[in-house]
Design a protein around this ligand. Structure first.
Ligand code: ZN
Length: 72
């Protein structure tokens, strides 16, 4: 009985670690300005991630919604 519980715990921990790793990779990628607005794909100045504050806010809202939905 407790063996099954231990295995389940290990499984959950493994999934959690994997989720955290993916999140870190995504966050690292997010830090990199790519020359295009992350929200609308508009060309932006070097080093910028968004073309304006509205896009930044929209993107943050979408990110939050995605997180709440539990989607990758
Ligand atoms: Zn934009």
């Amino acid at each position: 009985m407790s063996d099954a519980c231990d295995r389940a715990d290990i499984e959950v921990e493994r999934e959690l670690a994997e989720a955290l790793r993916k999140q870190a990779v995504r966050a690292a990628r997010m830090q990199q300005p790519c020359g295009f607005c992350f929200n609308c794909d508009e060309i932006v100045a070097v080093g910028m991630r968004f073309c304006d504050g509205d896009c930044r806010d929209d993107f943050a809202r979408l990110e939050r919604a995605r997180k709440n939905a539990g989607a990758a």
